[in-house]
Design a protein around this ligand. Structure first.
Ligand SMILES: [Zn+2]
Ligand SMILES: [Zn+2]
Length: 196
């Protein structure tokens, strides 16, 4: 059974002058002896400290999965210069792009394409002792000052000012919620799924 640890909870708020202060939820998944880091984020200090609390350093991470390419989710890949970087369907190893399908190679972590927030967006579905965990990236996210409503309708209709395609996003949300028991959102706190 895989273990999912939320290393740092994602945040997002606005400062003066149009500046956004944001870094996403950074998640560690341990499956079949492989350490997978999901969305390393943009805050190197809190990531390194959180890894340290788990008895880890960046070189102990085996691969880094990116839910999508927004820079606040991606910037810390510079802490992992020699590691495989995965997106929805490719492993990036240096200048090689190696296609893969369905699950992260060597693990039982399921890769679920979830376009809408961004065209390349994907979430991860992980079987844990607590049920099926959806590491959702920005399929769901809230600014820090938002009330986090997690009833089914509110989740499907959740506003996303950065969405690429709102219709496709709603479809991705519906499909993913049907598969998950609880969700780690891109920014905000984890929540339990309660479908009607
Ligand atoms: Zn995003
Ligand atoms: Zn984000």
């Amino acid at each position: 059974m895989a273990q999912v640890t939320l290393l740092t909870r994602g945040y997002m708020h606005r400062l003066s002058g149009g500046v956004i202060h944001a870094s996403p939820s950074v998640t560690l998944i341990k499956d079949s002896g492989i350490n997978v880091l999901v969305d390393p984020g943009a805050n190197a200090k809190i990531l390194v400290e959180a890894l340290f609390r788990e008895g880890l350093t960046p070189d102990k991470i085996d691969l880094v999965f990116l839910t999508h390419y927004h820079p606040d989710h991606v910037l810390n890949i510079r802490l992992f210069p020699d590691k495989d970087i995965l997106d929805v369907n490719n492993i990036y190893r240096g200048d090689l792009e190696i296609p893969y399908e369905d699950s992260i190679p060597g693990t039982e972590i399921e890769v679920v394409p979830t376009p809408g927030h961004a065209p390349e967006h994907a979430a991860l579905l992980v079987d844990t002792d607590q049920g099926r965990c959806l590491v959702a990236g920005d399929l769901f996210w809230w600014p820090d000052d938002a009330v986090q409503k997690t009833d089914h309708r509110s989740l499907i209709d959740l506003e996303d000012e950065f969405a690429f395609d709102h219709v496709v996003l709603a479809e991705s949300r519906q499909r993913s919620l049907e598969m998950a028991d609880y969700v780690i959102p891109g920014h905000g706190k984890p929540f339990v799924v309660n479908l009607p």
